[in-house]
Design a protein around this ligand. Structure first.
Ligand SMILES: [Zn+2]
Length: 298
């Protein structure tokens, strides 16, 4: 009798432990799903903002893209257009990132050029210095507090206003993101993959498809905006169609195209628009290339 009670007690303890473990796991998954974005602002047009897509896509991300992120950049190709050279600093950064087999991903720290900062290439191979300071401004005052580099914010605002005049709301969702926030979210996702049995280097490359390592994200530099949320269904909206047609006029490009995953190493992100300046944006769009290809870093 008492033995039976004891067993029953043990079973309860076991059940409670399992439930607690599940809770912790789900909490971890939620943090990862957040994609490092700030709390969802309420869009003006009342469409719901969801953060579910990046995490969800991560789990279904096909492994064939996993090697793309560690391709060694080449220095031999040159952009077609002389005015769109990569920043001086990156040209001088001739040493690409290194990844020993099974070892950690080690991005090369770049120096941002004063004269050509718009074309700074950030990806799993190239990162900002940890002490890089972003002078920021709210992108669209009166809508929410999402910030961009102060040199980019006016262009976003102009684009926002132009779309709004046509009844389309390019609600800022996530712009500038702190290094530490990026670090936390990236590490959470890497650890999730490690816990699933991946090697640390594989986990890092997989994680970078959705969340760049700290300093490697265009959000850390304040030159990219996630518009209206981070849901792949954004590609079916009027806002996305409008951006495809007009964003280049304001200096923004779709950074992670569907057909460039092998090169960017990043999943398709219809919501992520990167500022490169009007002239560059138009030239890049016309070329049909992604930024890595355009800069000869593919
Ligand atoms: Zn983004």
């Amino acid at each position: 009798m008492s033995e039976k009670k004891g067993n029953s007690y043990s079973a309860k303890i076991f059940l409670v432990t399992v439930l607690a473990a599940m809770f912790v796991f789900l909490l971890g998954a939620y943090v990862v799903l957040d994609d490092g974005t700030s709390p969802a602002p309420k869009p003006e047009n009342g469409t719901s903002v969801t953060t579910a897509a990046p995490g969800a896509s991560v789990t279904t991300a096909s492994p064939e893209g996993t090697t793309a992120g560690v391709q060694q950049p080449t220095e031999t190709q040159k952009p077609d257009n002389q005015t769109t050279q990569p920043s001086e600093s990156q040209q001088s950064t001739s040493k690409p990132s290194t990844q020993s087999p099974g070892g950690p991903v080690v991005p090369t720290v770049i120096t941002v050029s004063d004269s050509n900062w718009q074309m700074t290439l950030l990806n799993i191979n190239y990162k900002l210095p940890e002490d890089y300071v972003v002078q920021r401004a709210v992108a669209v005052e009166g809508v929410n507090s999402v910030e961009l580099d102060y040199r980019v914010a006016p262009y976003y605002k102009a684009m926002y206003d132009a779309a709004k005049a046509e009844g389309i709301y390019l609600t800022p969702y996530s712009g500038y993101r702190r290094y530490t926030t990026q670090e936390r979210n990236y590490n959470n996702l890497v650890n999730k993959y490690v816990n699933q049995g991946k090697s640390r280097s594989d986990a890092q490359v997989l994680a970078a498809q959705a969340i760049m390592p700290p300093g490697c994200s265009e959000h850390n530099m304040g030159v990219a905006m996630d518009i209206c949320g981070t849901d792949t269904s954004f590609e079916n909206t009027k806002a996305f169609a409008w951006l495809n047609e007009h964003a280049a006029d304001y200096g923004f490009i779709l950074r992670y195209a569907k057909d460039k995953r092998d090169i960017t190493g990043v999943m398709y992100e219809p919501w992520h628009w990167r500022y490169v300046g009007e002239e560059n944006a138009k030239a890049i769009k016309a070329s049909g290339k992604c930024l890595e290809e355009y800069l000869g870093q593919a």
